[in-house]
Design a binder for this molecule. Structure first.
Ligand SMILES: C[S@@+](CC[C@H](N)C(=O)[O-])C[C@H]1O[C@@H](n2cnc3c(N)ncnc32)[C@H](O)[C@@H]1O
Length: 339
């Protein structure tokens, strides 16, 4: 299976070539930390679990088909390529022609030049909202718009856990991008540590915190390689109740550290386990643009959380289309949830 989620494997704030091409050139990160098999009974399991985002007033997948998708992001209607949409469009052509922004061409390298604005030129950003949280949508290179709406399924789940905990909760958001998950967690009362390798993405996330009027909430914004940061937290004895990790297939830390999902994910998941508090709530992993099934990350998570109790739930994140009700799969996920 190769879920696409806008080819998020190419999902750096400042892209520099195709993920696959780079992945084949780069040596894997040297592993300093031996991986030991975790003892104890495997957590329970629940799969397949399909988590679905339905159209709502903030965001809707209006239609899809013929290799494209038509989405409503706040005030704007946007057309982007969608490799998985091998079915026919359900809405008439006039509906698609009403788009405010169209991304054309394939995804390699280019920046803003790939966006076309058929009605009127638009600025780089525009006001968006998720469940009452204001933030900025943006026309970025690589066709992204500064948010991955399918992640809302995880945000809702995490928010419910934080609110139900009835105690201070610490959240670590690795590969946090523009920070929506961090803002949802902070609004729910958590103390948040947000890590991303891209200075630009950290800047956007901070801007979003201001837009959301959540500047008074405790969020640490850290521009660092996710693996290095997690390793340091392990050495320092820092602990978290909830960890989110949404790694690309290939990425780079700010000092050029190479992230290769297939090489590095087992170690990172293991470190995540060891930086949990004694009463942790959840570890939520999403993966996309990889040739793997959710069964693979499910097995990895179950092994990694052996002896911890709870259960591992795995499946796909999908977006339900408004026009004909078809499900567009965006990514795989696997999450360990305390019992
Ligand atoms: C797909 S995005 C995460 C999206 C985010 N979870 C959300 O829902 O908005 C992947 C992020 O990983 C970051 N990244 C890539 N390589 C990294 C690394 N080695 N360490 C930390 N972050 C990295 C990118 O800058 C990008 O912002």
């Amino acid at each position: 299976m190769n879920t696409s989620r806008d080819r998020r494997g190419d999902h750096r704030a400042e892209p520099s070539g195709s993920a696959a091409a780079q992945a084949s050139r780069e040596p894997a990160r040297p592993s300093e930390r031996p991986l030991v098999r975790r003892e104890g009974p495997l957590p329970g399991e629940r799969l397949p679990l399909i988590l679905e985002v339905a159209p709502n007033e903030d965001y809707a997948l209006l239609d899809s088909g013929d290799g494209e998708k038509l989405e409503q992001y706040g005030p704007y209607r946007i057309v982007r390529p969608e490799g998985q949409a091998i079915w026919r469009k359900a809405l008439p052509a006039q509906e698609w022609q009403r788009a405010d922004a169209v991304f054309t061409g394939n995804t390699d390298e280019e920046g803003m030049g790939r966006w076309r604005f058929p009605k009127a030129p638009l600025g780089e950003t525009w006001p968006m909202r998720h469940d009452g949280i204001d933030y900025l949508g943006r026309f970025t290179s690589f066709r992204h718009v500064g948010v991955f709406p399918e992640q809302a399924s995880h945000w809702d789940h995490m928010e419910a856990l934080i609110r139900a905990a009835g105690r201070p909760v610490k959240v670590l958001n690795l590969f946090g991008y523009t920070g929506l998950a961090s803002l949802v967690a902070a609004r729910a009362g958590a103390e948040v540590t947000h890590v991303d390798a891209s200075k630009k993405a950290i800047g956007w996330a901070r801007e979003n915190q201001e837009m959301a009027r959540l500047t008074g909430k405790p969020i640490r914004w850290i521009c660092e390689d996710a693996m290095k940061f997690a390793e340091r937290e392990e050495r320092r004895g820092s602990r978290y109740d909830i960890i989110l990790l949404d790694p690309p297939a290939y990425g780079r830390g700010p000092k050029g550290e190479v992230w290769q999902l297939f090489d590095d994910l087992p170690a990172l998941v293991d470190i995540c386990r060891s930086i949990l508090t004694p009463k942790p709530l959840a570890v939520v992993l999403t993966a996309y643009s990889i040739r793997a099934s959710f069964f693979a990350i499910h097995a990895l998570m179950r092994d990694a959380f052996a002896g911890m109790g709870g259960r591992v739930e795995s499946g796909e994140l999908v977006i339900r289309e408004k026009s004909a009700g078809r499900a567009l799969s965006t990514s795989l996920f696997s999450r360990w949830v305390a019992g």
